[in-house]
Write a protein that binds this ligand. Structure first.
Ligand SMILES: Cc1cc2nc3c(=O)[nH]c(=O)nc-3n(C[C@H](O)[C@H](O)[C@H](O)COP(=O)(O)OP(=O)(O)OC[C@H]3O[C@@H](n4cnc5c(N)ncnc54)[C@H](O)[C@@H]3O)c2cc1C
Length: 366
């Protein structure tokens, strides 16, 4: 636990006769951390996500290239680990083959192209970033339901009713967890206006992600770089990474190019092909890379990272039994999403009278 967060309240007996039902909207790292802890404590948990599969902002884009699949970690790039609870999960995921250390040459590039090494312990999902989210989803007693965009929960007596965007009922639940990025969480919390207002206060910055495959390996001398605004190309680029330098990736010369927060926010309405061209031009300025790329595309993350995280751990309305979690409740990094999900789960376990709280086992589907 991050010691700066307010502690959740102590557990409250007695346990209910029937397992309480909990809906978790959002199967990213935060939602799955919350769902895993609740399920391990004995709740009947249903998880819904509008995405086609696991990942959220830790997604991997797969493209069928002429010589095999190309994969791009186009969202979160790596995880750093400070929290002891998260360290235990990372160790289990690594033992299951879903995560590994990323030991590559990662640098900072500044004014005039000066290069400084940036060594640190960094972890990635294997064979793609989404593998760690998939492993957590696979370990749940009931798998998440994908491709379901959930409408704001509606009050029903002392519980909640959920519907999908076509209006089809998804069930009635004793409690609800919202685990979506802050602006979407604010919409989903329409029936809990106090929480909605707090979620709306956690502004999130955009990020354009370019994905490019080059014909031949580039002679950069480094595998990934934080690009400062004063660096060549730094007016557009914030980060560049060679995907093949991560463990278990295809050998193709595939790069992920992230726009800087300032440029991405200013150009958030660009057409994807224009964003891709701007990112590639900036990367050429940075590295001198030439030749026509074999593949070029861009993805817009409208809500990439919290620019003003709330630093509250999680949000929870005890009488109404609805709460929210996500990186935006703690800090701008993936580990914070996990910490927030577990923080909310501890509050819910106490309030719902659940007693068991062993961490869910982590397995990896074949
Ligand atoms: C470009 C980029 C680069 C990043 N780089 C790093 C990095 O290098 N290191 C790092 O630590 N972190 C990084 N991050 C941040 C990291 O990815 C996030 O902190 C983390 O993945 C957030 O997890 P989450 O569960 O809070 O949210 P998400 O992963 O966003 O999960 C929320 C889920 O809610 C679902 N959802 C939303 N609305 C609905 C609805 N109405 N119905 C159903 N489902 C819904 C979404 O589909 C999504 O799957 C990066 C993020 C981005 C985008």
């Amino acid at each position: 636990m991050d010691s700066t967060l307010p502690p959740p309240p102590p557990a409250r007996p007695p346990a209910p006769a029937q397992a309480p039902t909990v809906a978790v909207i959002g199967a990213g790292l935060a939602g799955l951390a919350c769902a895993s802890a609740l399920a391990a404590a004995g709740a009947a948990v249903s998880v819904f996500d509008k995405g086609r599969g696991p990942g959220g902002r830790l997604s991997t884009r797969r493209v069928d290239g002429p010589d095999g699949p190309w994969r791009f970690d186009h969202g979160g790039q790596y995880l750093s680990v400070r929290d002891t609870g998260f360290r235990a999960v990372v160790d289990r995921l690594a033992a299951a083959g879903a995560m590994a250390r990323w030991d590559a040459r990662i640098v900072k590039i500044g004014a005039g192209g000066t290069v400084t090494d940036s060594p640190a312990e960094r972890f990635v999902g294997t064979p793609g970033m989404n593998a760690l989210v998939k492993a957590l989803a696979d370990a749940l007693p009931a798998p998440p339901r994908w491709s379901l965009r959930v409408l704001p929960p509606e009050r029903d007596g002392d519980g909640w009713r959920l519907r999908d965007e076509a209006g089809a009922p998804l069930g009635r639940f004793d409690a609800v967890t919202i685990a979506a990025p802050a602006p979407q969480a604010a919409d989903l919390l329409a029936a809990a206006p106090d929480l909605a207002a707090r979620a709306a206060g956690a502004r999130m910055a955009a990020c354009w992600a370019g994905m490019v495959v080059f014909e031949r390996p580039l002679e950069t001398g480094w595998d990934a770089a934080f690009v400062a605004p004063e660096a060549p190309g730094g007016d557009v680029l914030g980060w560049a990474a060679r995907d093949a330098s991560k463990p278990g990736r295809p050998a193709a010369e595939a790069w992920v190019l992230h726009g800087s927060p300032a440029w991405s926010d200013a150009e958030v309405e660009l057409a994807p092909e224009d964003a891709a061209a701007r990112l590639l031009a900036a990367f050429r300025t940075l590295t001198g890379a030439d030749g026509a790329p074999r593949y070029l595309a861009a993805h817009r993350w409208r809500y990439a990272l919290p620019a003003a995280p709330l630093e509250v751990g999680s949000l929870w309305d005890a009488p109404a039994r609805i709460g929210a979690c996500g990186d935006w409740c703690v800090a701008a990094r993936a580990e914070a999403a996990f910490v927030s999900g577990e923080h909310l789960a501890r509050r819910m376990i106490a309030e719902l009278g659940l007693s068991r709280s062993a961490p869910a086992p982590v397995s990896r589907a074949p």
